[in-house]
Design a protein around this ligand. Structure first.
Ligand SMILES: O=C(O)CCC(=O)C(=O)O
Ligand SMILES: [Fe+2]
Length: 450
């Protein structure tokens, strides 16, 4: 991965101040959820026990417990808005206990945001049971600086519910399991609320989409040489293989060494969930290590089936470069050297996810000197992918990476700056959302040889 000043910046901008912008994702996230409350239809939970007064007290308690100015406006606005909307709307999928849990989660947010601004000691223990509204301020408990590093990981894993798409946010048990950094997991499967009414696409629709994807993979523009050493294979991963890969990632992602939200020592976080396979990529040292520093977990190995897809993709790129030799390709094997992938970074982006322009340059000297390619699989919602010779978004080329696309960059393109500027919601094929049950968002796997 990238190192030094080329660290993988969480946002789309090269300036760190922009991707640390406080509050920007939380307000809209909450509003979306309350709208979702309306959509989801009736459920058994009653709001009668959850009086408006209590909700207001709760909001006030949250506000009072956090020093003035440190709580982004949007967070409290969101709390007020949602509680009153949910009442107005009558039946909704959020039960009082679910709602309380969400409030606890939301209380974590100001701490995260202010972490780099010196408010570290006001952190939150999100797993404390909520006994009464009065006990809310007690949830903001001081912690020792020594635990701050691990808290960063822990708090990060709680925060995801704020940035999730509406489809999955109505479920309270979505992403936080256990209370310690090692115990926190993130599930890329979407969580279907028991009391939600879903309109499912028919099997016929799903199969039609699968057939279309296969046809597209055979079409004339299925393979594109974007620049020397960079080949895009459109729809290369067959729908059933995409489903398999997502399920495999999910399985690994909820286990030891699974998904977490990486962050730097200064508190800045990557705007995605990450899981490393083979070796752990450490954002702080910009290097690959055998174990994750924050919980000691050893990354799972790359499943063999996945390395087979990588090999197939490289073979297909070679065949394509060979037959299109007239376009300046002299030697496909030199243009894209073959690899035996032993490390893989799996990123999950919510629809608000981003990855700033960076270079992947933390592999071994020998791997980099040979310009061994990075092989990237895209699954789920479509991403806008930027790439270019400088860390300059204005000058970067843009392509859409859709579910099933494979992008290879090696040889002369191995050191390109690249990143993800946006994820387009609701663009994932139905076999991905319904059969593979991927959450709204995008899963990306980048295979490398260490
Ligand atoms: O998500 C992507 O397409 C790119 C991911 C990436 O660049 C990385 O993990 O280094
Ligand atoms: Fe990268």
């Amino acid at each position: 991965m990238a190192g030094g000043d080329d660290k993988r910046t969480p946002g789309s901008s090269s300036s760190s101040s922009r991707w640390r912008k406080p509050g920007s994702r939380h307000g809209p996230g909450l509003e979306k959820r309350s709208a979702e409350c309306q959509k989801e239809g009736p459920c058994s939970s009653s709001h009668s026990v959850w009086s408006k007064k209590a909700q207001q007290q709760m909001v006030t308690a949250v506000q009072q417990s956090i020093p003035e100015g440190s709580l982004p406006q949007t967070a409290t606005q969101g709390l007020e808005k949602r509680s009153s909307e949910c009442q107005k709307e009558g039946p909704c999928s959020s039960s009082p206990s679910v709602w309380r849990k969400k409030v606890q989660q939301q209380m974590v947010t100001p701490v995260q945001q202010s972490r780099s601004e010196g408010l570290l000691l006001q952190t939150v223990t999100p797993v404390q049971p909520l006994k009464s509204v009065d006990s809310l301020p007690q949830m903001v408990t001081p912690v020792q600086p020594s635990v701050v590093d691990s808290l960063c990981q822990m708090v990060g894993s709680v925060q995801i519910s704020d940035s999730l798409d509406s489809r999955s946010t109505s479920c309270a048990s979505e992403s936080v399991v256990g209370s310690g950094p090692g115990a926190a997991t993130f599930d890329v499967f979407r969580c279907v609320s028991k009391c939600s009414v879903e309109v499912k696409p028919s099997l016929l629709d799903i199969n039609r989409e699968k057939r279309r994807a296969k046809e597209l993979a055979k079409s004339a523009n299925a393979l594109q040489r974007l620049r020397p050493g960079m080949v895009l294979l459109k729809n290369f991963l067959k729908p059933d293989d995409q489903v398999k890969i997502i399920k495999q990632c999910r399985e690994l992602g909820v286990g030891t060494g699974g998904f977490y939200q990486p962050c730097y020592k200064d508190g800045s976080k990557l705007n995605l969930r990450m899981m490393c396979l083979g070796k752990n990529w450490d954002p702080d040292s910009s290097s690959y290590v055998d174990r994750r520093p924050f919980d000691g977990a050893q990354p799972p190995k790359i499943p063999e089936e996945l390395t087979k897809f990588v090999k197939d993709a490289i073979d297909a790129a070679h065949a394509f470069l060979k037959q299109s030799g007239g376009q300046g390709t002299s030697n496909p094997l030199k243009e894209i050297p073959p690899i035996s992938p032993d490390i893989c970074i799996v990123n999950f982006y919510t629809t608000a996810g981003k990855l700033g322009l960076h270079q992947d340059k933390d592999e071994t000297k020998s791997s980099l000197a040979k310009n061994l390619p990075v092989v990237s699989f895209s699954l789920g919602d479509t991403a806008e992918f930027l790439y270019g010779d400088a860390r300059d978004e204005a000058k970067a080329s843009k392509i859409k990476l859709e579910s099933g696309d494979v992008l290879i960059f090696g040889g002369q393109s191995r050191h390109i700056f690249h990143g993800v500027s946006t994820i387009t919601p609701k663009t994932a094929p139905t076999y991905v959302t319904e059969e593979a049950k991927l959450r709204p968002g995008r899963l990306n796997l980048t295979f490398r040889q260490y």
